[in-house]
Design a protein around this ligand. Structure first.
Ligand SMILES: [Zn+2]
Length: 276
């Protein structure tokens, strides 16, 4: 699933190209990709101009004129492609956006069909009611706030990091990588961690997310950016997807276990369950 760095990469690739374009035609081939009806989705977009595109958590937000916004959540295998209109649509192309006087189309492609798109009226400024539950952005939250909020929670640290209400944008890959770099077992209770442990985690997470954005994201399975390019951060993964391989720090075998219902990769020597 695309996480913060992948969605950021997609948004960076789109925002210069889409600014000021006006939707002329919207084709929906699979209605289940939409929250709400096909008819209202199409009528609320036609004739609207894209003012700017931004990322919020793992969501892509297209700010439109008239106080509206279109939100896209890619989930497992969703992709947004920006292609010349004459390019034959690839398999699993579910929504096609055409623009007034522009030779390119924006296409939503999704093999597993978990991705969702919807249009929403903004509540004043750029505030979106549907995204109001999201926690702070990991690259914007201060260390003090991160530590304070984490220490209030009696939950496994891994589950807490994955909770989008605690922090927006982090998923399984970067959580496992950050916990390994911070030398924390994924099942350790957030409230039991020392301040310096959480600070280490905060910095590890920021370093990893920044590194992954620089690398254009991580491509495991299907992720590609808006141009169809794969990311490069998979070469830097230390634990994710490396079950049975040696830990690059200590040499012990990486294990894979379920933590809070999610598959988790970690090193039991670098990340002891009892803490140090
Ligand atoms: Zn290790």
């Amino acid at each position: 699933m695309p996480e913060l760095p992948e969605v950021e990469t997609i948004v960076c690739g789109l925002k210069d190209k889409l600014g000021d374009l006006e939707f002329s035609e919207v084709e929906v081939h699979l209605e289940k990709c939409l929250l709400g009806s096909k008819k209202s989705f199409i009528t609320s977009l036609k004739g609207k101009k894209i003012l700017h595109v931004e990322r919020r958590g793992k969501n892509i937000v297209f700010h439109l004129n008239g106080g509206m916004a279109m939100v896209v959540h890619l989930r497992m295998t969703g992709k947004l492609r920006f292609l010349p209109a004459h390019t034959p649509p690839e398999k699993h192309t579910h929504v096609i956006f055409s623009f007034k006087g522009h030779p390119y189309q924006l296409r939503f492609v999704d093999q597993r069909q978990f991705g969702r798109l919807f249009v929403e009226k903004k509540e004043g400024g750029d505030r979106l009611g549907s995204l109001a539950v999201l926690g702070p952005e990991p690259l914007e939250v201060s260390a003090e706030e991160f530590i304070r909020r984490a220490r209030e929670k009696r939950r496994a640290i891994k589950s807490l990091l994955l909770d989008q209400r605690f922090l927006a944008g982090v998923g399984n890959i970067y959580t496992d990588e950050a916990l390994h770099r911070a030398r924390l077992h994924p099942r350790r209770q957030a409230a039991s961690l020392r301040e310096k442990d959480i600070l280490r985690l905060y910095h590890a997470l920021q370093r990893i997310l920044r590194g992954a954005i620089r690398a254009g994201g991580t491509s495991v399975r299907t992720y590609v950016d808006a141009r169809g390019a794969t990311g490069g951060f998979q070469k830097s993964l230390r634990v994710y997807g490396r079950e049975g391989k040696n830990c690059g720090v200590c040499g012990r075998s990486i294990v894979r276990e379920r933590v809070g219902g999610r598959s988790s990769f970690f090193c039991l020597r670098c990340q002891p369950e009892k803490g140090r």
